[in-house]
Ligand binder design. Structure first.
Ligand SMILES: Nc1ncnc2c1ncn2[C@@H]1O[C@H](COP(=O)(O)OP(=O)(O)O)[C@@H](O)[C@H]1O
Ligand SMILES: [Mg+2]
Length: 239
């Protein structure tokens, strides 16, 4: 089944001074369980595409079927619901709440879910355990390393058991060792839990975790190639 199917997607930013065509004409689909890396030069439209696919922003024209649903006419409330139930995000800058514990950061998406409050603590603990940070439950982001912050962000992305994870340069702010650990967690989520992963990166070593690499250029797909999937990195995964 295709979790994502877009046709002739366009995104145009317009203000008084200028018009920018961020996405010129994008058509492709992604099947459930795929691991796709998106690459391309700065300004080629990668983040814009991720925001549109992740229902954080809407396209200017074109069609988008997400998990079989035509979402082009959805209200912002309907999009937010779908996003909360099906999608997890990981960003380069972590986007954690300052002066808020790891536990509370990870719990945050549950506030907008239908999950009973009595279950929040247990669910959050399990997600934090899955990224190897159970010993950091009460730490605040400022007390964590970059790699640990990104693992908290991954736990937060997983808390609602999403079908798909969108990551925009998740290793961009990390040293190579922490980056590897983050990528091994993402790869395990794809391989063992069947999560679809769409990840932006400019690093070949990060893109090698994917089984498909899409290159963008000037808001268009320049190439879309299946690649040999890298061997499982489970041995690198350290709790
Ligand atoms: N909110 C915005 N308003 C106006 N222009 C934007 C906005 N966001 C992105 N752009 C422009 O759209 C193009 C694509 O940007 P982006 O998707 O961020 O590229 P990438 O992530 O590949 O670097 C760039 O020319 C950028 O300046
Ligand atoms: Mg970007």
């Amino acid at each position: 089944m295709n979790i994502i199917e877009v046709k002739n997607l366009k995104k145009i930013y317009q203000d008084e001074a200028s018009t920018t065509i961020a996405l010129a004409d994008i058509s492709f689909s992604v099947s459930q369980g795929e691991f796709v890396a998106i690459m391309g030069p700065s300004g080629s439209g990668k983040s814009t595409l991720l925001h549109v696919l992740g229902l954080l922003d809407v396209s200017s024209s074109g069609s988008y079927y997400f998990a079989g649903q035509d979402i082009t006419s959805y209200s912002s409330d309907e999009l937010a619901n779908l996003r909360n139930q099906k999608i997890g995000f990981v960003f380069q800058a972590f986007n954690l709440l300052a002066r808020t514990s790891v536990l509370d950061n990870v719990k945050l998406p549950l506030v907008y879910s239908k999950i009973a409050e009595a279950d929040w603590d247990n669910k959050a603990r399990r997600a934090i355990e899955a990224v190897g940070l159970i010993s950091r439950l009460q730490h605040q982001p400022s007390e964590l390393s970059g790699g640990e912050k990104q693992r908290v962000a991954i736990a937060r992305a997983l808390i609602n058991n999403p079908d798909i994870i969108f990551a925009d340069e998740p290793t961009g702010n990390l040293d190579s060792k922490s980056g590897k650990k983050v990528m091994s967690i993402i790869q395990r989520l794809n391989e063992e839990e069947g999560k679809t992963v769409i990840l932006i990166t400019h690093e070949t070593s990060t893109a090698e975790h994917a089984e498909r690499i899409i290159h963008l250029l000037d808001g268009k797909i320049d190439s879309d190639i299946k690649v040999a999937k890298r061997l499982s990195t489970n041995d690198e995964y350290v709790k």
